[in-house]
Ligand binder design. Structure first.
Ligand SMILES: [Zn+2]
Length: 178
């Protein structure tokens, strides 16, 4: 899941829009399997716009904001990162992180070879994978640390066909929002 950006010409020729951000087509190219990550942020034919629209609907129905979900997950991952054993417990939620040597680059980064994305509150937890268990319900989910930034600042949970998808409905239930 770590990035291998060097030597991939496609990623160096990305067009930026008027705001200096990658165009939707460029973003989707970065998100395909073998783009910014081997597994991909989107399946081969998924559309970013459709994926984010469906997830927005899910959050509306749950009456939750992106920040609500991201900040609860953020707190769990941060607590686990700060612990020598790389695990922490907050109430009924137990979080364990695995630390990697490299770090994931956000697909929205304007110049991914030079700098990490600075949208919103910026990338956090880009070097870890996490697993959260709800000890009350027995539910468990895992995902990349980068998802906190993707959810909070880009409203993106990855595509349903990506192995790194963190489904918003399941995540909200795991974290005890309903
Ligand atoms: Zn970003």
């Amino acid at each position: 899941m770590l990035n291998r950006l060097n030597g991939d010409k496609r990623l160096k020729e990305v067009k930026l829009d008027n705001h200096g951000l990658p165009s939707e087509a460029a973003l989707e190219a970065r998100m395909r399997p073998g783009g910014f990550s081997r597994a991909g942020f989107l399946g081969p034919n998924e559309k970013l716009r459709e994926v984010t629209a469906a997830d927005a609907e899910t959050l509306r129905n749950l009456n939750l904001t992106y920040a609500d979900i991201a900040s609860r997950l953020d707190a769990l991952i941060a607590a686990a990162e700060a612990s020598p054993a790389h695990q922490a417990r907050l109430g009924p939620l137990e979080c364990e992180v695995r630390v990697h040597q490299g770090f994931q680059i956000c697909p929205w980064a304007p110049d991914p070879h030079q700098a990490q994305c600075s949208a919103g509150q910026g990338v956090r937890h880009g070097s870890v994978d996490w697993r959260v268990t709800n000890l009350t319900t027995g539910e468990e989910m895992k995902g990349p640390g980068l998802i906190v930034h993707l959810i909070r600042d880009h409203h993106f949970f990855e595509g349903p066909l990506s192995p790194n998808r963190v489904d918003p409905f399941q995540l909200a239930h795991l974290l005890g929002f309903f």
